[in-house]
Design a protein around this ligand. Sequence first.
Ligand code: HMG
Ligand code: MG
Length: 310
Amino acid sequence: MRSPRRTALAGLPDHVTIYEVGPRDGLQNEAEILSVETKAEFVRRLASSGLSTIELTSFVPPKWIPQLADAEELLALLGPIPGRHPVLVPNERGLDRALAAGVKEIAVFASATESFAQRNLNKSVAASLQMFSPVVKRATEAGLAVRGYVSMCFGDPWEGDVAASQVTAVAVELAAMGCGELSLGDTIGVATPGLVADLLDDLSDRGLGRDRLAVHFHDTYGQGLANTLVALQNGVTTVDSSAGGLGGCPYAGSATGNLATEDLVWQLHGLDIATGVDLEALCRTSLWMASLLGRPSPSRTVRALASSLE
Ligand code: HMG
Ligand code: MG
């Protein structure tokens, strides 16, 4: 199998943490609901390809995300696995479920816009932050790590362009309530590199340094890798992506999948940045998942390498 030629570029980190969201952000958007055994196999294959941070599932009401209704069964089937394995939790009911399942890290998920907060959380932005506050407090008291997402950081399907001030306001509140890592969601994939650099500067001005920021690009307009490179040049070292480019958001119709992990790994290894990922094993996993879902992976790297892996 071909590998990228390695040439470093000044100003980039030596290592990037890939935060894999395929089992959660990917599978939440699939029309077909996979069996819990298949999901567990997917997670195990991702882990054995070297991904040490994998978001597993969501503890949300099954009627909101039927694809992830088997969260408890999945965690029981997986048992303890080394690495970080966060789950999405919207409220205290979800936290109770996550704690009972032995979870060590959760993520709450806020929106920069009112329209998406209403559609995704059935609440205003302020009411959703009020919902998260006791979740974050109880989770941190129980020793869990807590990530805070901000969705619609650059644009929103109902409201159009999103001002950076809306994003920073929500991010500052999430940090103040106790979230450690903050992930900047380009939920519908409309960011371009200048917007990314400007938002990182604005967050920095509000006291939110790059060391706690992650970027979460959906690849709707093919900007995921360009945006990632700019984020890395600006000091970010945690990047969210999904194996094979699976994903989207069921409550944001125009969103396609996340930046594909394989495309990200190809770029990072080409830049001589360590990820710990075995690209061949990862591509094989995405080809296996694509065969189960009955359609080719949207990842350019998976497609380019597929014939050499048959
Ligand atoms: P609601 O319907 O207003 O909630 O939803 P509720 O509190 O009125 O409860 C309704 C029913 O659900 C009740 O049961 C509750 O007990 C039950 P009933 O009395 O009808 O029998 N319930 C629960 N059951 C199980 N687990 C729970 C739970 N909570 C309540 N945790 C709520 C409000 C916030 C719960 C809902 O809107 C929700 O969970 N939304 C999440 C939707 C979602 O998961 N979206 C995708 C993830 S976000 C995303 O993809 C973006 C991201 O990738 C970043 C980016 O790209 O930008 C992260
Ligand atoms: Mg997402």
